[in-house]
Design a protein around this ligand. Structure first.
Ligand code: ATP
Ligand code: MG
Length: 399
């Protein structure tokens, strides 16, 4: 019996004339993922991508997991494939489905007949397949309203497919279909979640990380890069992380500016630098993990002071979420355990004792003018180096 993976896509189906563009992108990304899972043939027909194992090297479990991380796919089915005749279909149902019914009591069969020339209609196919299941598993009962398992029989153009229902895919849009975004990536919980959420809407993610060596450590940077590794699994290709040192900026702020404004001033530098780096690397938007009211620098007024430093749109997918909700996503995507490792961040060194929660832009700018802003920004960018991150590791490229 031959197994195959069927991937169904969601919103792409509605894309009209652009559907092909999205489908091609999805195909490329699945092929990229398949490289690590063995030898598969990947093709598409009837708004479905077929992932067919070609030999024993093909690891179907690994490919299922990989396909479930590709945005644009709403459902993934592991199915048995057979000839398009009722004898083969019923034999396949009897051989393939019983293990999936272990520990379950009720089922129903739903059939789809894409090939309208097939002699039986979908109701007749379901009835016959249901009978076959009852023969091989006599303790099972049919429940058409609320079954434990819904068995599917799909009669398509070249073959028939039998499976115990789909598992959920990642949803969203293919990565890259919405252009590129530069994620301000810290070692916290929120920013990896923000990156994941925007990748889900089709942005290919690049990241920028600010460090403040020696006030922040090599270990703190390593933690951020390990988080980037996890996010890169959803990015479909290698992910670039640009690392920028804010040591000099912070030392100058401490020497010359009012302590109450440190964090806000630092965040204005971050936004200005990120905006310039984004433009240099052709990213069309910035992404942050900010959430309204979470800390002093994320009040409406504080965001009003830092936001104007960006010329590009700033996407803040966590802005309306509670911490609990953000934590739930970070657990789901696998970043939580790394995020809670206790390392310092450049935002947590030199923190003011009395940060301004309702800052006045005029006062902030007066503090900022005590330093040569543009010069410090250019100097920080000139010292930037980059790290190429992939799910299984990272490589520091220039220093
Ligand atoms: P936490 O879960 O601790 O809140 P966080 O990543 O949200 O982590 P915040 O201090 O709330 O940290 O920072 C708000 C946002 O600013 C982050 O989500 C991130 O986008 C950006 N940011 C903070 N520190 C850095 C940094 N060192 N490098 C790059 N971006 C940063
Ligand atoms: Mg935060």
């Amino acid at each position: 019996m031959k197994e195959i993976i069927l991937c169904k896509y969601g919103e792409i189906v509605l894309k009209g004339a652009n559907k092909r563009y999205f489908e091609d992108m999805l195909g490329r990304q699945l092929r990229q993922k398949a490289k690590a899972c063995g030898n598969f043939d990947i093709y598409r027909a009837q708004s479905t991508v077929y992932i067919e194992p070609l030999d024993d090297s093909a690891d179907i479990d690994a490919m299922m997991d990989a396909a479930r991380k590709v945005f644009g796919i709403v459902a993934v089915c592991r199915a048995a494939m057979c000839e398009k005749d009722m004898d083969s279909i019923l034999a396949t149902v009897k051989a393939y489905i019983p293990p999936y019914l272990e520990g379950k009591r009720t089922f129903k069969v739903e059939s789809k007949r894409a090939d309208k020339l097939f002699p039986l209609d979908s109701i007749e196919i379901s009835r016959a397949a249901g009978g076959a299941i009852l023969e091989s598993c006599p303790r099972m009962r049919v429940d058409v309203h609320n079954p434990d398992v819904t068995v599917k029989v799909e009669v398509r153009d070249t073959a028939a497919y039998v499976h115990p229902g789909p598992v959920k895919g990642a949803g969203g849009m293919p990565v890259g279909s919405a252009g590129r975004g530069l994620l301000l990536l810290s070692g916290g919980i929120d920013s990896p979640v923000a990156g994941y959420m925007m990748a889900k809407r089709g942005l290919k993610i690049e990241a920028i990380h600010f460090e403040s060596f020696p006030y922040t450590s090599e270990l703190a940077r390593d933690k951020v890069l390990r988080l980037a590794q996890i996010v890169s699994e959803y990015n479909c290709e290698d992910m670039l992380v640009h690392v920028v040192s804010l040591t000099k900026v912070q030392e100058e702020l401490v020497k010359h500016c009012n302590e109450d404004y440190f964090t806000l001033l630092l965040r204005r530098y971050m936004m200005a630098i990120a905006d310039k780096v984004a433009q240099k690397f052709k990213c069309g938007a910035l992404i942050t993990g900010e959430s309204l009211g979470q800390v002093a620098s994320q009040t409406t007024e504080a965001l009003g002071v830092t936001n104007p430093m960006a010329t590009l749109p700033v996407f803040r997918p966590c802005i309306g979420m509670d911490k609990e909700e953000i934590v739930e996503i970070s657990r789901k995507i696998g970043t939580f355990e790394t995020s809670i490792e206790p390392y310092e961040d450049c935002c947590t060194v030199f923190t003011p004792r009395h940060p301004r929660t309702r800052p006045d832009l005029g006062k902030v700018m007066a503090e900022e003018q005590k330093l040569p802003f543009d010069e410090l920004v250019e100097e920080a960018i000139a010292g930037m180096y980059r790290v190429v991150v992939r799910p299984d590791g990272y490589e520091v490229q220039q220093r």
